[in-house]
Ligand binder design. Structure first.
Ligand SMILES: [Zn+2]
Length: 277
């Protein structure tokens, strides 16, 4: 973020006037830097240890009409297997796509009306594919999983389709893993920001197959760089993330409270059963 106070540059020691550089938190301390002097964060190197990152996993991503997972209508979905096999859905939600959603993922009403599958048929197919992966005990990798899991769960119920047994699922959420291994990270934690840090290629941000592929690569990159994460049995890692997410959400909630922001952060992972505040 732009520096609100004048100071001396943490790299070159010359003066940084108010608003002329950036304030960056390094190991818990705020320092000022000239724009060109900001230190580059480097992720720890990958190790040679074995772990779940050597085993098959499947990336899962959805794009929808709205940011609230219990309200959104799914318009695209992708399952990307770690061997490269990809399943994709383009869905006609039967309701207009808001302009801000189209601005984010580039999917227009015309695109879904022309080439999208009818909602119920596509959701039945997607639900069956996800349920099969869960039955086969294949970990599903989803970046910010509560959005994708809650949206799919709600859409299946909305259309009277069979529910997925999420209690049997093994979910790996690289957003939760990142916050666990980098608790002092104060910068932006969007998929694109973290892809740069973990040296992961993101072909087209907010395109379901690209996001799902990046989520898989990021989860594996984190495990390769953090042996304690890699060594956890996937089902136990799933259980651990429930607790990590709740703790991470409580930290975010106290930050919002200090800022006077009237926002309620969900502590539920990976399925939100209570509506967001
Ligand atoms: Zn400088």
């Amino acid at each position: 973020m732009i520096n609100k106070y004048a100071g001396h540059c943490g790299t070159c020691s010359a003066r940084v006037e108010v608003g002329a550089g950036q304030a960056v938190n390094v190991d818990g301390r705020w320092n000022s830097y000239h724009h060109g002097c900001v230190p580059v964060r480097v992720a720890p190197p990958a190790g040679r240890h074995a772990g779940w990152h050597d085993l098959p996993v499947v990336g899962f991503d959805l794009e929808g009409t709205l940011p609230e997972p219990a309200e959104t209508r799914i318009i695209s979905a992708a399952l990307v297997h770690s061997d490269g096999t990809t399943q994709e859905w383009l869905i006609d939600p039967g309701v207009p796509i808001p302009a801000d959603a189209t601005a984010r993922h580039g999917i227009t009403d015309e695109m879904v009306r022309g080439g999208g599958q009818p909602t119920r048929e596509a959701l039945a197919d997607l639900g069956t594919a996800v349920a099969k992966l869960i039955a086969d005990e294949i970990p599903l990798v989803a970046f910010c999983a509560p959005y994708d899991v809650t949206a799919l769960h709600t859409e299946l119920a909305r259309h009277g389709l069979p529910a997925i047994d999420w209690d049997r699922a093994v979910i790996i959420d690289p957003s939760v893993l990142h916050k666990e291994v980098e608790p002092r990270w104060y910068g932006s934690k969007q998929l694109g920001d973290l892809c740069r840090y973990y040296e992961v290629t993101l072909e087209t941000a907010h395109e379901a197959a690209s996001d799902a592929r990046a989520a898989v690569d990021m989860a594996r990159s984190i495990a390769a760089r953090h042996e304690r994460i890699a060594r956890m049995r996937p089902d136990l890692l799933h259980q651990a993330q429930i607790g990590w997410y709740a703790e991470q959400s409580r930290d975010l909630q106290s930050y919002f409270d200090r800022q006077g922001r009237n926002e309620t952060v969900s502590t539920q992972w990976p399925l939100e059963t209570k509506p967001r505040g």
